[in-house]
Design a protein around this ligand. Structure first.
Ligand SMILES: Nc1nc2c(ncn2[C@@H]2O[C@H](COP(=O)(O)OP(=O)(O)OP(=O)(O)O)[C@@H](O)[C@H]2O)c(=O)[nH]1
Ligand SMILES: [Mg+2]
Length: 349
């Protein structure tokens, strides 16, 4: 399951946003110790899955899920910050909440401070490993030369306060570097937490100003206001959202941003018997890799996939009607899955 960690300066609105996303209503003013985190698993809303469920009426509907983790503030206090990096390295992406509401708000400076902390944590890892590798290399052993050279480049960048995210690696280097789980190299979603009246700048303007590099995105929210919308009955919520010019809920917006940041797409399986099921894969995944998300045996024994765009299935009403209309294709191992594919796998286990 996809795991996103919410980090930020004290009182930047991390828990408020976590609540808006989780509709969990954890107490925003409760003190969270440094090693204490809140976790919530949210179902990724998808109206295509809802319509598939209506079409087939199976016993079950299974959404894809994302876990959000609300971390204590990164205060720059050495003892507290030291407890965070190992926990952060387990995540798929970081969500950095920047305060854009209240007095003396300065999202730029908060971003800089946070990014510096991530850089320092990475530098400690690099330096420790390099001591050993340098000894190896200078004694003429070359088996870890590539790793050594890549780490030297990382060190140089980090010392210049540039995140690992901004470095380019060759394929083998990238594989080696992945093992380190560099925090400054993780996909990063900057969340500008704006006052009720809205942010003075657009997401594009923030993106340019923050200049976070590749694998980064900016999402502008009004955390408190959007969280409060969760308390309203559905009808009122729709009216309020229209008044506020919001086209989607905080949760939907955050998930859409996370998916696009991580390059993820959704495909569907199932039918009337058991369930309809939404699954997540990385953009570019082949049909066997998609089958592997369901079960590793499916990947190994993959023969073919029957592929239909879900919209065609929904408009024509049944797999049989689709086959008749010639909308369903049989695809082999090379097929690259597209967002919204409805797939039936044929495999041999
Ligand atoms: N006006 C306004 N207030 C907000 C917003 N987001 C959070 N707040 C308020 O700011 C205070 C801190 O919010 P939290 O969500 O607890 O912030 P946090 O980052 O989790 O705080 P710590 O965990 O203590 O570091 C609370 O009183 C919130 O109600 C916002 O978008 N607008
Ligand atoms: Mg908090």
């Amino acid at each position: 399951m996809l795991k996103l960690g919410i980090i930020g300066q004290p009182r930047s609105g991390k828990t408020t946003i976590y609540n808006a996303v989780a509709a969990a209503h954890a107490d925003v003013d409760a003190y969270l110790a440094a090693d204490e985190v809140r976790r919530t698993v949210v179902k990724v809303p998808d109206e295509r899955l809802d319509r598939l469920f209506d079409l087939f009426s199976p016993p079950k509907k299974v959404h894809t899920e994302i876990e959000y983790v609300d971390f204590p503030a990164m205060t720059g206090d050495a003892t507290e910050v030291a407890a965070l990096p190992p926990m952060l390295r387990e995540l798929d992406a970081l969500m950095m909440v920047l305060r854009d509401f209240g007095e003396n708000s300065d999202p730029m400076s908060e971003a800089r401070t946070l990014c510096d902390e991530l850089i320092l944590a990475d530098l400690a890892v690099v330096e420790k490993r390099l001591i050993r590798l340098q000894r190896e290399v200078s004694s003429g052993r070359t088996e870890n030369q590539i790793e050594h050279d890549a780490l030297v480049r990382c060190k140089q960048a980090l010392e210049e306060e540039r995140p690992v995210r901004k470095l380019e690696f060759a394929h083998t280097e990238r594989k080696l570097m992945r093992g380190y789980g560099f925090l400054s190299g993780m996909p990063l979603l900057a969340v500008i937490n704006s006052p009720d009246a809205g942010s003075a700048r657009s997401a594009e303007e923030w993106q340019t100003l923050l200049d976070l590099g590749p694998k980064s995105m900016v999402h502008v929210v009004r955390g408190k206001l959007e969280g409060e919308l969760n308390d309203l009955p559905q009808e009122d919520r729709t009216v309020f959202m229209a008044d506020l010019g919001l086209t989607m809920s905080a949760l939907d917006g955050m998930i859409a941003a996370s998916y696009s940041l991580l390059g993820l797409i959704t495909f569907f399986t199932g039918g009337s018997e058991k369930d309809v099921h939404a699954w997540t894969v990385e953009r570019g995944a082949t049909a066997p890799q998609a089958a592997g998300v369901i079960h590793t045996d499916f990947e190994r024994g993959f023969i073919r996939a029957e592929v239909t765009p879900v919209e065609d299935l929904l408009s024509l009403g049944s797999p049989a009607a689709l086959r008749k209309a010639g909308k369903t294709r049989l695809e082999g191992k090379e097929y690259v899955v597209v967002d919204g594919d409805y797939l039936i796998f044929r495999f041999n286990v």
